[in-house]
Design a protein around this ligand. Structure first.
Ligand SMILES: Cc1cc2nc3c(=O)[nH]c(=O)nc-3n(C[C@H](O)[C@H](O)[C@H](O)COP(=O)(O)OP(=O)(O)OC[C@H]3O[C@@H](n4cnc5c(N)ncnc54)[C@H](O)[C@@H]3O)c2cc1C
Length: 398
């Protein structure tokens, strides 16, 4: 039976990025992924646009992914946050911070493609399409059951990484619970054609029916991410395009001129999910398997990519020492190292939703004064900008 040092379950963005970060270490390594590259490419989920923080772009440069992805990515030079029907707004500018961009927007499908191509180029062992169907922790290793459409087999690993997404089976098999908070909302996602140029601005507009983001894409297009209560979203989806466009126009306003839908609306249910622990015996959790956030602040994958890089850093140290990649102390260190970042980003995204869903005039006044203060107090604005960029003010990275 084959024994790996590290077996990664899930070859989505988090799992495949981890494989790239670990590849130079000389560990015996494989990624198991259910979806074939063709199925992934054809999946409508690939239509969602990802806002990558500048910190994530730096990571992708190091992993040699960015040369392949850059041509498909659009820079964010400005961020405009506003509260519909109120006076408060905040504007952030890349030039004020002396950075090339506050972040980049890229369709998920294009980023996945660039990551997978880099994996192929670097000869990462992808067991695909195949599914992990169970695991058993033994002394000093884990035994893993796998299944493809032709056969079932077993292998072993000294460390299993759960990068198997929000419904992580690995987490469940390890008996690790999760805290789930259902926002009762879905994100309606589409592409919008704008009459006026977006000037590389990401708009975040909080409306009474939910936050609405328009992220810059190539030419005069923007990616729409509009969170709505589930019932309301169903109604909007059933409207003929002109009526839906009128609702969108009413919610966003005329800053970008007339807005027209350029792709069908797709719905993604919105929940905040957080694993109760980030590791079990010889198993560690990264990416969406550890946390699934509301996309309002565009932070979910950015946070997952930092999980990946912190874990890769600890595994590199351990490899240099000739230590065990599944050692309890290493996994415990990883879990401790990630708590602060998880608390901060989850608190930030969740806080935005709560803050902007309060509808009393007192709370509306409070948040608009907050937006105004943010716009006029440079140190506060700098802190907020660095948070949005996924970077640390002193060291450059979180
Ligand atoms: C509408 C929307 C907008 C978003 N916008 C942003 C944004 O702007 N910025 C941002 O940072 N994030 C954003 N996100 C979040 C981001 O999409 C996710 O955080 C990211 O895709 C998660 O990647 P992952 O690899 O952890 O999980 P997944 O993408 O879920 O990958 C898990 C993989 O594991 C595989 N798998 C599962 N079970 C098994 C098994 N048993 N055996 C083998 N393989 C298995 C699956 O096939 C899948 O490929 C957004 C999300 C949504 C829904």
């Amino acid at each position: 039976m084959k024994t790996y040092d590290v077996l990664i379950v899930g070859g989505g963005l988090a799992g495949a990025s981890l494989a790239l970060a670990l590849k130079p270490l000389g560990l015996s390594l494989a990624v198991v992924e259910t979806l074939s590259p063709e199925t992934r490419r054809a999946s409508p989920a690939g239509d969602r646009a990802l806002a990558l923080a500048l910190g994530s772009v730096e990571i992708f440069r190091k992993l040699s992914v960015w040369d392949k992805a850059a041509a498909k990515a659009v820079p964010i030079h400005h961020i405009h946050v506003s509260d519909r029907g109120h006076f408060g707004k905040t504007r952030l500018h890349a030039t004020e911070l002396g950075v090339e961009a506050l972040g980049y927007v890229i369709p998920a499908r294009e980023l996945e493609q660039a990551v997978l191509e880099t994996c192929a180029h670097r000869a990462v062992d992808f067991i695909c399409p195949a599914e992990v169907t169970g695991l058993k922790v033994l002394e000093n290793r884990v035994e893993i059951r796998l299944k493809s459409d032709r056969e079932t087999w077993r292998c072993q690993a000294r460390l299993v990484v759960a990068a198997d997404g929000g419904n992580s089976k690995v987490r469940q098999w390890m008996g690790i619970g999760q805290r789930v908070q259902d926002y009762g909302q879905v994100a309606l996602v589409s592409t919008v054609e704008c009459e006026k140029p977006h000037r590389y601005t990401a708009y975040e507009r909080f409306t009474s029916s939910g936050p609405l983001a328009l992220l810059p894409l190539a030419k005069r297009r923007c990616a729409l991410i509009w969170s709505q209560e589930t019932q309301q979203a169903r109604k909007l989806q059933s409207l003929p395009s002109p009526e839906m466009e009128a609702r969108l126009q009413q919610a966003f306003g005329w800053k970008l001129g007339a807005l027209g839908l350029a792709a069908p609306l797709r719905a993604f249910p919105l929940r905040l999910i957080r694993a109760e622990r980030l590791f079990g015996e010889r198993v560690v959790i990264v990416g969406n398997a550890a946390h699934q956030l509301h996309p309002v602040a565009g932070q979910g994958f950015n946070l997952g990519l930092r999980d990946v890089m912190v874990l890769a850093g600890f595994l590199e140290e351990q490899q240099r020492r000739g230590g065990d990649p599944g050692a309890f102390t290493l996994l415990e260190r990883y879990a401790k190292a990630r708590v602060r970042d998880h608390d901060r980003v989850i608190g930030f995204s969740d806080g935005l939703i709560r803050w902007f869903s309060l509808s009393t005039s007192f709370s509306a006044l409070g948040r608009n004064l907050g937006l105004l203060a943010l716009d006029h107090l440079p140190p506060l604005k700098r802190r907020f900008s660095y948070q949005a960029m996924g970077m640390d003010q002193e060291s450059g990275f979180l």
